[in-house]
Design a protein around this ligand. Structure first.
Ligand SMILES: [Ca+2]
Ligand SMILES: [Ca+2]
Length: 211
């Protein structure tokens, strides 16, 4: 195919994986992955032509993107035994993940590891090498625009793809002290942490005490 836009079907569940041998497109072709993940056995594709028009659930500007990594990059982040949506990964494969802008290591969360990645890319002047070094808007440069993306998502990271995993993790570490501190934190609008989220964490902590 050549030119135009190839739009994948929106899936009922985010990050539904399709494993393909290859995905060859002519220059100028845009691939809209919607909320799909792709695992390609080939590296023969054009990363600049892959995007998503899907939106994140939840409130605030939870910018999502199509993260593109080689199998080698993914295994460098997560180890040689790492799996991608349950599939084993080889260095020569290509991974495309529907996730938050800023999720450099494609694990569905914005964490310290993602900040390490973008800091390394920015400090070393690593430009134009793609998603894993922090070029989250795919303009060939790691700069303030990319930091704005990751910071915004980090501040708004509630529910949606990660299902509150980061806050649940911290709630598990710090218990009610964390939940109380979180509820007292003023997060700039529209990054309002929902009462539902806080209530969920409180329940999680209470349950944890009885295990
Ligand atoms: Ca991440
Ligand atoms: Ca950029």
């Amino acid at each position: 195919m050549g030119g135009g836009t190839l739009i994948l079907n929106q899936q009922a569940a985010n990050d539904t994986l399709s494993h393909l041998g290859s995905l060859i497109v002519a220059p100028g072709t845009t691939i809209d992955i919607k909320n799909n993940d792709l695992l390609l056995d080939s590296a023969s594709f054009n990363p600049s032509s892959i995007t998503t028009s899907a939106t994140a659930s939840g409130t605030g500007p939870m910018t999502v993107a199509a993260a593109i990594l080689s199998g080698a990059e993914y295994r460098a982040f997560h180890g040689t035994a790492a799996t991608f949506d349950g599939q084993t990964v080889a260095d020569s494969q290509t991974l495309i993940k529907f996730t938050y802008a800023g999720d450099a290591n494609a694990d569905g969360l914005i964490t310290l590891d993602d900040y390490i990645a973008i800091d390394a890319g920015f400090r070393l002047g690593t430009h134009g090498r793609g998603w894993t070094v922090g070029d989250f808007n795919n303009d060939g440069v790691v700069d303030a625009k990319d930091y704005a993306l990751i910071d915004t998502v980090y501040l708004h990271q509630v529910g949606a793809l990660a299902a509150d995993s980061l806050m649940a993790l911290h709630a598990g570490w710090f218990g009610t002290d964390y939940v109380t501190a979180l509820s007292a934190t003023t997060v700039p609008e529209p990054a309002t942490l929902s009462l539902l989220t806080l209530a969920s964490l409180a329940i999680l902590v209470r349950r944890g005490r009885h295990v």
